[in-house]
Design a protein around this ligand. Sequence first.
Ligand SMILES: [Zn+2]
Length: 220
Amino acid sequence: MARDKDYRNTEYCPKLNKVEEQKQILEKEIKLKFPRTKIVYNKVNNRDSIYHKRFAQIYNNKCAYCGALWGLLPVESFEVDHFLNEASFPDTTEGREEAGRMANLSWSCISCNRGKRGITIKPPYEDLLNVDNGNIAEVFKRDRDYYIRICDTYQDDKFIQQFYEELHLGYETRRLDYLSLQLEGKYQVEKDEKRKHKLGESLSILLKKRNRMAVTGRSL
Ligand SMILES: [Zn+2]
């Protein structure tokens, strides 16, 4: 079966498209509507705001780090992530504005977001791990069994290893998310009602298992 080169996608997933551009447009719109808003993060991270959903759509509703789909997981399991963590910026009003600017935000599942909170990304990793332009898909890959792994080039890179571990990218839940995503993709395109029903059943069993694991936070 053909696989997408980007470990975050199955063959059914739409590709990320002009993420940086779309984010800029959204930021302009927010600033126009709310001229006094200094920290854009506060607008897009607010679950009741339409900008929250619009922001998620830019990322096809998928975690920018692990590829999990928002619609398959509990609604509260996603949030807006600071790509460079807040500790990377001065503890001043300007620093907080800078951290919360649109270019520094990405859509993330809670597990990835919380995991990377303590990680300070510095050059050259800023560019290497860029989630918006897909650079991160050169650093990690999906193996034959659907686990996320570090690509050969970065196997011995201590920072990449730390990133992989802190975000729990090697966890079983990441694999189940991918399998669910694949089943969901098949489900969407299946025309035969009987087969569609079966796929739906399998998907719901898989999601039940996955969500039980998320509650315990365990890898297996
Ligand atoms: Zn994630």
